[in-house]
Design a protein around this ligand. Structure first.
Ligand code: MN
Length: 291
């Protein structure tokens, strides 16, 4: 199933040619009381909500909208973490020897370590930097090189700590397209990649049952119609269960956590006025305006 958040506070199911508004199922969510639990309230109760969504789709009075008439928000409203993998495709590691990317600070070399992630670990992006494709990207460092990075975004359904890789995929509820937007420079990754609107996730959540093999998905990104990035998730250096396991041994994962799995080669500059089109096989595509 393809679940979207749209028009700010609406919940929908995405069909090939339209969206069914199922917002009224949210009435079944348990009331919340401060202090709130960590994580996304909808994803935490997805087992309760999913059967209600199925019932809703069968109702003759369900409301449908045309795809072009809705504004897609991030499918996850309140992730406790946005976790990201640096340097996780070999050809991106190779291109990161360019001083315009590493600034002499973020060197991709990892002698003595099995992979770049064994050396550098993972990093966090701010939750407040998360937007959906409809919000677009506001550049924060005009005059510096701001880059696109298309990534497979993995959405955690069931939380946990110290998750073994062999059980990690049981914690995945689905997938989306992620953009890890970044300014190049000497600052730490989390600072350069956490600006408002620098984490785009969308256009909707595709539940895990629809993705036969998340390690075999074409992904690509165009800027103003020109292909910049084109690869396949089979080239991930550290795979998804390993990433989940590594993350969960440091941060307890919560429902709705977003894991950006790393970008393939072809990263490049976006400018005010650029239009990004990102696509991942089986998931779909999204357009994001840069301002
Ligand atoms: Mn990235």
């Amino acid at each position: 199933m393809r679940i979207c958040r749209f028009n700010h506070d609406r919940l929908g199911v995405v069909l090939p040619d339209r969206i069914i508004d199922v917002t009224r199922v949210l009435d079944a969510l348990p009331a919340v009381q401060w202090p709130f639990a960590q994580g996304d309230h909808l994803i935490a109760h997805f087992d309760l909500i999913l059967p209600l969504i199925r019932l809703e789709l069968e109702k003759p009075d369900c409301k449908s909208l045309r795809l072009k008439d809705v504004a897609f928000d991030s499918p996850i409203a309140n992730p406790a973490h946005i976790i990201a993998a640096p340097l996780n495709y070999a050809l991106h590691v190779q291109e990161s020897h360019d001083p315009a990317i590493n600034h002499g600070v973020h060197m991709p070399d990892h002698e003595g370590f099995a992979t770049p992630i064994d050396k550098y670990g993972l990093f966090l992006k701010s939750q407040s930097g998360l937007v959906g494709p409809a919000q677009g990207i506001d550049l924060h460092w005009p005059g510096r090189r701001n880059d696109h990075e298309v990534e497979l975004a993995v959405i955690i359904g069931r939380g946990g700590a110290k998750i073994e890789a062999g059980k990690a995929m049981d914690h995945v509820i689905g997938y989306a397209i992620g953009l890890d937007i970044t300014v190049r420079g000497p600052e730490d990754r989390s600072f350069r990649k956490s600006a408002d609107s620098y984490s785009v996730v969308g256009p909707y959540l595709v539940t895990a049952d629809e993705i036969a093999d998340p390690h075999r998905l074409d992904l690509s990104l165009k800027v103003d119609g020109v292909v910049r990035q084109k690869s396949n998730t089979r080239h991930l250096i550290v795979n998804i269960p390993d990433l989940i396991s590594r993350a969960s041994h440091v941060y307890s994962l919560h429902p709705g956590d977003i894991l950006m799995t790393g970008t393939p080669e072809g990263v490049g500059e976006i400018l005010s006025g650029s239009l990004i089109e990102a696509e991942i096989e089986t998931i779909g595509q999204m357009q994001v305006q840069v301002r």
